[in-house]
Design a protein around this ligand. Structure first.
Ligand SMILES: [Zn+2]
Length: 504
């Protein structure tokens, strides 16, 4: 596990040193990587950028408290037990569903049990239901008479339905929006467009899963409208994730106002390859039946709870994860794990009887998967208090082995948090990275100038399971979940107790 991390560190430093620009903008950890003390004399360390600002020291009391928090989280299975409730007992928590509401009630109850002041803040939750989803090739080169071939896919969230008995069309496979537009209406009208744009598994294997995902997710979100503009009757997109186990990856799509709304589904990488291969030999026709429904928005909630600050109760440090999930799996890595870390943060502070100087505000967000609805609602409803939000943390990238945390804020925030990274170094999580790509729910706060933080996890297997039926509790390694919770709790307490709020 150490090798890829080291190579990433060296590689970025080297890339910056030779001034490579352009492509590197796609990557998440753009800036300085704070390295383990043990590596201080390594060649990689020699290539680090000079640190800005003067070294910051914490009081011995604060450092001791941070270590106590870290150890308490590492030694506890509470987060895992919370995650087991969310996944195995409540189950899939699709926006607008009864299970999503059950998760609201469960988490609110647990926070009350931890003696927090809990509020439910209203969110209008999109309520889309999946229905039937099936597809088969009904004509293809070399077809055995009377035989069709099943295609494995899943309807994209927000998609409209096909006619009840389905639709049939020839598939045109394209590798990009440019290729689609070059073919134009003459070649696309009346057809089914397949965006066969593979998830870069090699990039993900190097620890850049998030970047690989970002490269192709525009086809999932915008492919249907792009295809409809050229007259297509349906859009298929190759799943935005690994394709080793013939699993379709669900996800959100949205329609533009300038194109007809056509049905859209994600098919497995394997099925995309199958169709691509057959298409090279001759026409391939697909019969597609999708019966989702968009129901009226549901009344739902962000669960918001305050652990009141002892000196600056009006100043807020958010710790958060999102309650809703996709419906194929049980939402363990996305994002039951994040909510479990948040609950653990509070439980540890209560158990240790520690009182943060600023308010630590827990938020379990609703409807992240349908466009970050809860995060946007919070930013809108609390607009007047943006300046009181001194920091916001969200974990929404699974529960893989954590390497540290990432920051979307001014570079001058980093030296202030070096003492935290030194504490976290003992569990292998001492890296600090800067990112432009912060978690969805807190990104409106980042846009308002609030310093924002994410957890930096090893995501080399995350996109095997992300938004699939295999996102289940067994994918979470208990010790790694505990390490993640330790970061969230330690970082939150430090931010809540800094002498000055982090610069913005
Ligand atoms: Zn998520």
């Amino acid at each position: 596990m150490g090798t890829p991390i080291l190579s990433r560190t060296c590689w970025f430093s080297g890339a910056r040193a030779v001034g490579t620009v352009g492509w590197i903008k796609n990557f998440r950890k753009l800036a300085v990587v704070s390295i383990a003390l043990a590596m201080a004399n390594s060649p990689a360390a020699a290539r680090q950028e000079p640190r800005e600002g003067t070294p910051v020291t914490y009081s011995p009391e604060l450092l001791l408290e941070l270590k106590q928090i870290q150890q308490a989280a590492l030694g506890s299975d509470y987060a895992l037990r919370q995650l087991a409730v969310l996944t195995n007992k409540i189950g899939p928590r699709l926006s607008g569903s009864a299970q999503a509401q059950s998760a609201v009630e469960y988490v609110a109850g647990e926070l009350r049990r931890l003696r927090l002041d809990v509020r439910l803040e209203r969110v209008l939750a999109p309520h889309w239901v999946r229905g039937e989803e099936k597809a088969e090739l009904v004509k293809f080169p070399g077809q055995v008479s009377g035989i069709t071939q099943k295609i494995v896919l899943t309807t994209l969230g927000g998609s409209v339905a096909t006619p009840p008995n389905g639709l049939t069309g020839e598939i045109v496979s394209v590798g990009s929006f440019e290729e689609l537009n070059a073919l134009g209406r003459a070649r696309i009208e009346g057809k089914i467009v397949l965006f066969n744009c593979p998830f870069d598994q090699k990039m993900a294997a190097q620890g850049f899963g998030r970047e690989a995902y970002r490269q192709i997710v525009p086809y999932r979100t915008g492919g249907a409208s792009a295809a409809a503009r050229q007259g297509a009757v349906a859009a298929l997109v190759r799943s935005a994730g690994d394709s080793d186990y013939r699993l379709p990856h669900a996800g959100f799509m949205r329609y533009s106002t300038d194109a007809p709304q056509i049905p859209a589904a994600a098919l497995t990488g394997e099925d995309a390859e199958l169709i691509e291969g057959l298409s090279k030999e001759g026409p391939v026709r697909l019969h597609l039946t999708l019966t989702p429904q968009t129901l009226p928005d549901a009344e739902s909630y962000n669960v918001v709870a305050d652990l009141k600050g002892s000196e600056h109760p009006e100043q807020i440090v958010i710790v958060s994860g999102h309650l809703d999930s996709w419906d194929l799996g049980t939402g363990a890595i996305d994002d039951g794990a994040g909510v479990a870390m948040v609950l653990q943060t509070v439980r540890v502070l209560r158990d240790l009887n520690l009182h943060p100087k600023r308010t630590i505000r827990v938020i379990a967000w609703m409807s992240e998967e349908f466009g970050g609805i809860g995060g946007k609602a919070y930013a809108r409803d609390h607009k007047g208090e943006a300046s009181n939000h001194v920091a916001a943390i969200e974990s929404d990238h699974g529960a893989g082995h954590p390497l540290g945390f990432s920051i979307k804020a001014k570079q001058t925030v980093r030296p202030i948090l070096d003492p935290v990274s030194r504490v976290l170094q003992s569990s292998g999580a001492g890296l600090i990275g800067f990112t432009e790509d912060i978690e969805t729910d807190i990104s409106p706060l980042a846009d308002a100038g609030v310093p924002c933080f994410g957890l930096w996890q090893d995501d080399r297997t995350y996109f095997n399971y992300h938004h699939t039926a295999a996102d289940t509790l067994d994918k979470v390694v208990p010790e790694e979940l505990a390490k993640n919770a330790a970061i969230m709790a330690t970082l939150a307490y430090a931010l809540a107790n800094l002498a000055q709020p982090p610069p913005r």
